[in-house]
Design a protein around this ligand. Structure first.
Ligand SMILES: [Zn+2]
Length: 286
C-alpha cells in the first residue's frame, strides 16, 4: 500500500482560497487513479521477463453440441455481441442440412469439431474401428460444405459423453490421431424444465471452484441463448479468459489442469517432457 501512497500526491487543505489549484490536484489524482487501474488490468497480459509466455490461470471453453440448427445465426450473433470465442461439436448431417450456417461458424474463426454424423453411438460402441469411417465421412462432409480442402480437425466428442463407451473405443480415437473431450460444467439446457435462469444457475453451480472449465451447451437451445449474457458476465467477473479448444501445446498446458474427462494423442517422449517442464515451471501439477 505504501507504493500507492507514494504514487498519489496528498491533497492539501492549502488549496483554500485557490479553488482552481484544488480542482487541478483532484483531476491529477483522478488521472493517476485511472492510470493505476489500467496498469492493474494490463498486468496479467504482460509477458514475464524470462520471455516465457504467461498462460491465463482461469480459462473457460464454451462448447456447443449437436448443431448447426436453424437458430445458429441467432447464437452466433449473441456470441459476436458478447465478443467471445466458442467451440462447436457439429453433426455431419446437420452441417449438410445447414451448410450456410456451418460456413458462418467457420468464418467466425470458431473451432469446428466432430460429434459424429448423426449422433448415433451403437456402431462405434460395438465396433471401435467404425470410428475411422465416422471421421472420414465427417471430414468429407466438412470439405464439401466449407468448400475448403484445407479444413481439418482432430477434436471429437462422444454422443452422450465418453463414460458409456468401452475402453477400446476411447483408445481408438487417439490411435487414429484424434482427441476426445467431455466437459466439467454444464448448462443442462436440454432438460424440458430449464428456463434461462435455471440454465445460469446450473452453470454457476457446476463451475464453482474450477479454474479450467469446459462448459457443455447445445446449439438450438433458446434457454442457453437467453442465459448467455449472464453466463459470459459471470465468467468475466470471475477473471476467466475465453478460449477455443485445440490440441496445440498452449492448449495442452492449460487443459492439463482441467478435471474434465478427455484424452489427447500422446506427444511422444519429447513432447511430454516439454509439457511437464512447462507445468513444473509454473508450479502446477497434472
Ligand atoms: Zn450431443
Amino acid at each position: 500500500m505504501s507504493y500507492i501512497n507514494h504514487m498519489v500526491p496528498k491533497v492539501k487543505a492549502k488549496g483554500k482560497g485557490r479553488p482552481w489549484a484544488f480542482a487541478s490536484e483532484c483531476a491529477g489524482i483522478k488521472r493517476l487513479g485511472l492510470l493505476f487501474m489500467l496498469v492493474c488490468l494490463l498486468l496479467p497480459l504482460v509477458t514475464v521477463a524470462d520471455g516465457k509466455e504467461q498462460l491465463p490461470q482461469k480459462v473457460v471453453y464454451l462448447t456447443f453440441d449437436d448443431g448447426p440448427k436453424k437458430t445458429t445465426p441467432e447464437l452466433l450473433a449473441i456470441l459476436d455481441e458478447l465478443d467471445v470465442p466458442a467451440t462447436f461439436f457439429l453433426l455431419g448431417y446437420q452441417a449438410r442440412a445447414f451448410p450456410e450456417y456451418t460456413r458462418m461458424i467457420y468464418e467466425r474463426g470458431d473451432t469446428i469439431a466432430c460429434h459424429t454424423m448423426d449422433h448415433s453411438s451403437g456402431g462405434i460402441k460395438d465396433e471401435p474401428s467404425q470410428l475411422q469411417l465416422v471421421f472420414r465421412r465427417f471430414m468429407k462432409e466438412m470439405h464439401d460444405v466449407l468448400g475448403d480442402e484445407t479444413f481439418t480437425t482432430d477434436l471429437f466428442r462422444f454422443p452422450g459423453g465418453s463414460t458409456s463407451y468401452p475402453f477400446p473405443t476411447k483408445k481408438m480415437v487417439t490411435d487414429l490421431g484424434w482427441s476426445w473431450f467431455d466437459w466439467n460444467a454444464m448448462t443442462r439446457d436440454t432438460y424440458d424444465d430449464m428456463n434461462e435462469k435455471a440454465v445460469f444457475a446450473s452453470v454457476r453451480n457446476t463451475t464453482k471452484g474450477r479454474d479450467v472449465v469446459i462448459l457443455l451447451a447445445h446449439d438450438g437451445k433458446k434457454n442457453t441463448r437467453l442465459a448467455l449474457p449472464d453466463i459470459v458476465q459471470y465468467y468475466r467477473d470471475g477473471g476467466y479468459t475465453f478460449r477455443r479448444l485445440s490440441t496445440s501445446m498452449e492448449e495442452r498446458r492449460i487443459l492439463a489442469r482441467c478435471p474434465a474427462h478427455m484424452r489427447l494423442p500422446d506427444l511422444g517422449p519429447e513432447g511430454e517432457q516439454l509439457l511437464l517442464e512447462s507445468l513444473e515451471a509454473r508450479g502446477w501439477s497434472r
